[in-house]
Design a protein around this ligand. Sequence first.
Ligand code: SAH
Ligand code: MG
Length: 219
Amino acid sequence: MKIENKVVYEYIEEYIRKVQPKLDIELEAVRAQAEESHVPIIKPEVASLIHTLLAIKKPKRILEIGTAVGFSANLMCKYLVSDGEIITIERNADMYKKALENIKKLKTENKIKVIFGDAIEEMTKISGKFDVIFIDAAKGHYDTFYNDSLLLLAEEGMIIADNVLYKGLVACEKDEIVRRHKTIHKRMRSFIDMIMNNPEFESTLIPVGDGIIISKKIG
Ligand code: SAH
Ligand code: MG
């Protein structure tokens, strides 16, 4: 099996991007700059999917694992209820700084709180429950992020995880994977098995962007 490096055909993505509504000017500037600096932010189709999910869910508290420059955090602000908040965790100092700059620029300081540190450690220190948890950080640790998320998720909450197919590689059989990707393949698959088979959740794996899982806790 050939790894295409993409989960979706390019011409399909191009078309979807054409029909999608444009982002606000300031947010589009953050997106464009991130793309230019090769920061791996969510793809436009994923952004659109998240917007729709949040429009349905209307969350009060969102936890994000992996802030990068704050693009997705600022995007998610749109459907936060008026006194809601986003807590987002970033371990890279340069990204953290850039995220704070962008949050200031977009005047979302009252909605987004960035924690500087490793999510594996920081998640255990956070209190309260979250309506939505968005996992978008180091792919080798999704199982850990997931187990910690279960403790922080509100009743009826929703977990969203990005990059779960990792350029299609995760869908390939084990013996087709080159050595340096074997650990990520194994760990991501174990995470996917865990989340998809949790009977307390209704979950779906969608081949959009780099692969996304939406997992909704059933009351
Ligand atoms: N959610 C962002 C993109 C995040 S890219 C967006 O779509 O706009 C992934 C980020 O996760 C990187 O900036 C990386 O530094 C950070 N990261 C990776 N592992 C982490 C960890 N264990 N704790 C905190 N941040 C982590
Ligand atoms: Mg991502």
